[in-house]
Design a protein around this ligand. Structure first.
Ligand SMILES: NC(=O)c1ccc[n+]([C@@H]2O[C@H](COP(=O)([O-])OP(=O)(O)OC[C@H]3O[C@@H](n4cnc5c(N)ncnc54)[C@H](O)[C@@H]3O)[C@@H](O)[C@H]2O)c1
Length: 335
């Protein structure tokens, strides 16, 4: 007997930062399940924008909205700080829901240009929240970060823990985003959910993050910088698990919430490096370094809250790093 599947109403979702690592994967998943996506991205050069172009050209190949594929994506190459452009998009595209991922990411870079992080991550997020209220958006899901936990020592990190002592401009902007979202949920009854992502990795990942940097250096025989002499631990979270969590909360329409989304196994940095070495068949030259300003030695997530919505992480680093290394070799044409 054919299995009865529940019919979900098609919707139009605005994905900010849709050419980014998490944004492009989210766009693909939304289209695959039948939603229509509108992307806004400014393709900035915080890291080499070639990979952003390629995420669109290769990962989202064939998905561009056309007569044949009405649920594909439409892309706006522009800045979320541009209020006129936002107004045009919301007016024209009949957006139902927003997944707001565009941001200046990167803890260390935020120490170099904190004003830019405030402009993009706080001011532009507020512009988007204004639009969401004006155009009666049904749900606004946005990226926060595990970095809001700063140097908290109580592990695992729980959403109910105090997070009033960020240790980087980036973390402070993410905490500020949660606060401003609360105002909009409270005053205007706009449903908002902030997702505190814990170290995301996977194919099409960010070239400024450890997995990418380590893989590149190991392959070229360069030493890798192992900060805090390797005494770091993380809940590494595979990108498909992150996307599943985004879709779960996008569908849940929670009135206001902030939710951790992380892997369920605490891994040391040294184990992480070992798995990369196993997959590359090559040993790393390790340069042991002190901890960097703004960095947090341990980020471990309490994920009970998101589990209650039916979400669970499924990919451990052994499989996830294998997927990344396969993609990396394919992308850079390495035998
Ligand atoms: N990757 C992680 O481990 C991680 C962890 C915690 C939080 N986050 C958050 O998740 C979100 C997505 O992160 P990511 O890893 O995909 O990063 P990413 O840099 O790959 O994606 C962000 C995208 O936003 C775009 N963007 C930046 N500023 C913009 C602007 N002013 N206007 C329009 N577009 C702009 C960028 O061009 C980029 O394509 C970010 O908000 C980030 O802070 C990521």
């Amino acid at each position: 007997m054919a299995k009865k599947t529940e019919k979900r109403k098609k919707q139009t979702v605005l994905v900010t930062g849709g050419a980014g690592f998490i944004g492009s994967a989210t766009t693909k998943a939304l289209i695959d399940r039948g939603d229509r996506v509108v992307i806004i991205d400014n393709f900035n050069d915080y890291y080499d924008p070639t990979i952003k172009e390629d995420r669109i050209k290769v990962l989202l190949k064939g998905y561009k909205k056309s007569a044949k594929l009405p649920n594909g994506y439409t892309i706006y190459r522009g800045d979320i700080r541009d209020a006129k452009l936002l107004e045009k998009i919301f007016k024209k595209e009949k957006i139902d829901k927003v997944v707001h991922l565009a941001a200046m990411a990167g803890v260390r870079n935020s120490l170099r240009d904190p004003g830019l992080y405030v402009d993009v991550n706080i001011v532009a997020t507020t512009l988007l929240l204004d639009m969401a209220v004006k155009y009666k958006i049904k749900n606004f899901v946005y990226a926060s970060s595990s970095s809001v936990y700063g140097n908290n020592t109580k592990l695992p990190f729980s959403e109910s823990d105090p997070v009033d002592t960020p240790i980087s401009p980036y973390a402070a902007t993410k905490k500020a985003t949660e606060l401003i979202a609360h105002v909009y949920s409270h005053i205007y009854k706009l449903p908002t959910t902030g997702l505190r992502f814990f170290t995301v990795y996977g194919p099409w990942g960010r070239p400024d993050m450890a997995l990418f940097l380590f893989t590149r250096s190991i392959l070229s025989g360069e030493p890798i910088s192992v900060f805090n002499r390797g005494k770091m631990s993380r809940n590494f979270t595979y990108v498909d698990d992150i996307v599943a969590g985004i879709l779960t909360t996008l569908d849940a329409n929670l009135p206001y919430d902030v939710v951790n989304i992380g892997g369920d196994r605490e891994e040391t940095l040294l184990r992480f490096i070992e798995v990369i070495e196993e997959n590359l068949g090559k040993k790393a030259k390790r340069k042991l370094m002190p901890i960097q300003p703004g960095d947090v030695p341990s980020t471990v997530a309490d994920i009970a809250k998101l589990r209650k919505l039916g979400w669970a992480p499924t990919t451990q680093i052994e499989r996830g790093i294998e997927q990344f290394v396969n993609w990396y070799k394919m992308y850079y044409q390495i035998d």
